[in-house]
Design a protein around this ligand. Structure first.
Ligand code: SF4
Length: 210
């Protein structure tokens, strides 16, 4: 693990390097980010952003989606992959929101993770993006890889990696950690071909300083 001082220095460098880092999923309401994040599993945000305008035009609220025809949902969601599961979860989630939460997305992690298709990683994204209230770090494939390479965590289980990250970063920084790790993973620490020679945090990276 890194010291809190090192973690803070790394974050400062990444903030300067990626000043525009933010969520790359398009949405307008808490419900829409719930669905967008659900569709983004095993799919690129770019692909999700091409699908959600069509989906939300027809089914942009929990009420409308809860009454959707499953086959129609499957057809719209098809480009995002795993469309049968995702359509089922989207429909079930909308129904739970209508029936249990008065068509509002709940604002706690505990409630969010009870929604169909929403695990801890997705709930973290919703808390951050919809409610600007980071409750942790969403450990996706980028956050996992970067955490392991730099040396924030030697764990492979996302929940254990998150636990390690939360010890090293201050709570007020969790929001930026979420965005910056994803951007660093997409633009520099790319899975198959990391650009280590131009990486701004190379001197802190265990992978390059063994
Ligand atoms: S030095 Fe290379 S492996 Fe380490 S964080 Fe940078 S790009 Fe990734």
């Amino acid at each position: 693990m890194k010291s809190k001082k090192e973690a803070s220095e790394i974050l400062k460098i990444l903030r300067n390097y990626y000043p525009d880092a933010t969520c790359s999923l398009d949405f307008e309401t808490p419900f829409q980010i719930v669905i967008a994040v659900m569709l983004s599993a095993q799919c690129t945000d770019e692909r999700v952003n091409k699908t959600t305008p069509i989906l939300f035009k027809k089914y942009g609220t929990p009420e409308k989606m809860s009454k959707a025809d499953l086959k129609d949902l499957e057809e719209i969601i098809h480009p995002c992959g795993f469309y049968k599961n995702k359509a089922q979860n989207a429909l079930a989630c909308a129904k739970v929101l209508v029936e249990k939460y008065n068509s509002q997305v709940p604002e706690t992690m505990e409630e969010l993770i009870t929604l169909p298709g929403i695990g801890r990683k997705s709930a973290n994204v919703v808390m951050l993006e919809a409610f600007h209230n980071a409750q942790g770090v969403a450990v996706d494939t980028h956050a996992k890889r970067i955490s392991n390479k730099i040396g924030f965590s030697s764990e492979s289980d996302p929940q254990k990696i998150e636990r390690d990250l939360l010890k090293q970063f201050k709570k007020e920084d969790w929001c930026d950690v979420n965005h910056l790790f994803v951007w660093h993973g997409r633009k520099t620490c790319i899975a198959r071909n990391p650009k280590c020679s131009e990486c701004p945090i190379k001197k802190y990276c265990d992978n390059c300083n063994k």
